[in-house]
Every structure is written in structure tokens, then in C-alpha cells.
Design a protein around this ligand. Structure first.
Ligand code: AMP
Length: 195
């Protein structure tokens, strides 16, 4: 298996690039944000619980998210690899993911982190909010709160994978296709090394 984490702050392009990368490399896209929004749309108890956190720009509790990922794995036993987008977002989630992958006799091959300046991120998110219908993209206070959470809770995920020497920064500003090419170059190199 080849498992990849696409890392970076809200608005850094993880969703856009993930769609293209899963197509190119035949990986299964696991976006915890998308899974949570599906739960909300289906009005499940999990969705109702998650919505309160998401609307405030806070993280959904680790045990909820980890349980959701575990059950996603159960439903995708034949995957030849996963692309994780928006997960893990805390050190505890990173440790849990490593353990879940170990049970599957696999591991994270690389963490590619999209780097984008904060003002560009705010601009992108407010723009996305106009068409996405996502309430957490429409309010600048909620957006700033999400950046704050990223700095205080999610940056630990970067440290976790830096220690494991799996972390790499990628310039996340420029055209979608240039960024896609940079990501693809890095992935190709990793795949060659792992082959
Ligand atoms: P995203 O679509 O990845 O930007 O996620 C939207 C929102 O869903 C986040 O601001 C969090 O409230 C919640 N969320 C998504 N993924 C996670 C996660 N791995 N852990 C906790 N909360 C999450």
C-alpha cells in the first residue's frame, strides 16, 4: 500500500489537489471533513454532534473522528492506498492513525504540507464560502478561529511526522496545475524509493 497525508491549513488546496491526486495514483480519498458533512446532511446523531463544533471552528472530538476513520477502513479493505485529507489534525489522531495502519501492516509513506500565507487563505475561504454553502467558510471570525486551532493543535501533527522524517513542505501558491506537478514529483520520488 502507498499512504499519503496531504497536510496544510484550511484553504490551502487540500481538497482540490486530493481530487486530482486520487485520480492519478488510484488511491482512496479519505477526507474527514467530507465524511462529517455527509453525516450532517443525513442528520445522523454523529452529524448533529459534529455540527456544533464545526460551526464554531472547533475540532470534532478525537474519539468521534478516529471511530469514523476506523469504520471507513472496514469499508475499503481492498484499497491499494489512502490519501488522507484533513486527518490527522491532532497528535492523538496521528498516533491512532499510525496504530490503525500498523494493524493493516502498512504505514504513512509521506506527509506533503501545502504552504500558503494567511491573508491568501482568508481570501480563498471567503470566496469558497460564497458558493460552497459551508457556514464555516462564510464568517471571518470562524475562519480565524480555525487558523488558531491549526496553529495550536494541528501543527503537532507536522512535528510528529517530522520526527519520523516523513514531512515535506510544498509551495501551495500559484496555479492549481503547477502545485499538482510539484506534488506529483514528490510522490513519484517517494514511490520509486519505496518500490
Ligand atoms: P475540512 O473540510 O477538513 O476543512 O473540515 C471542516 C471542519 O470539520 C473542521 O473545521 C473541523 O471542525 C471538522 N473536522 C474535519 N476533520 C477533522 C479532524 N480530523 N478532527 C477534528 N475535526 C475535524
Amino acid at each position: 500500500m502507498f499512504n499519503l497525508i496531504l497536510f496544510g491549513p484550511p484553504g490551502s488546496g487540500k481538497g482540490t489537489q486530493s481530487e486530482k491526486l486520487v485520480d492519478k495514483y488510484g488511491l482512496v480519498h479519505l477526507s474527514t471533513g467530507n465524511l462529517l458533512r455527509e453525516e450532517i446532511a443525513n442528520k445522523t446523531p454523529l452529524g448533529l454532534e459534529a455540527k456544533a463544533f464545526i460551526d464554531k471552528g472547533q475540532l470534532v472530538p478525537d474519539e468521534v473522528v478516529i471511530g469514523m476513520v476506523d469504520s471507513f477502513f472496514e469499508h475499503h479493505k481492498d484499497a491499494k492506498g489512502f490519501l488522507f485529507d484533513g486527518f490527522p489534525r491532532t497528535a492523538a489522531q496521528a498516533v491512532a492513525l499510525d496504530k490503525l495502519l500498523e494493524l493493516k501492516k502498512t504505514e504513512i509513506a509521506a506527509v506533503l504540507a501545502l504552504e500558503v500565507g494567511e491573508e491568501e487563505l482568508v481570501k480563498r475561504l471567503l470566496n469558497r464560502g460564497k458558493t460552497s454553502g459551508r457556514s464555516d467558510d462564510s464568517d471571518e471570525d470562524v475562519i480565524r478561529k480555525r487558523f488558531n486551532v491549526y496553529m495550536t493543535e494541528t501543527s503537532a501533527v507536522g512535528d510528529h511526522y517530522k520526527k519520523a522524517r516523513k514531512f515535506q513542505n510544498i509551495k501551495g501558491e500559484g496555479s492549481v496545475s503547477d502545485i499538482f506537478n510539484s506534488l506529483s514529483d514528490s510522490i513519484d520520488k517517494k514511490m520509486k524509493k519505496n518500490a
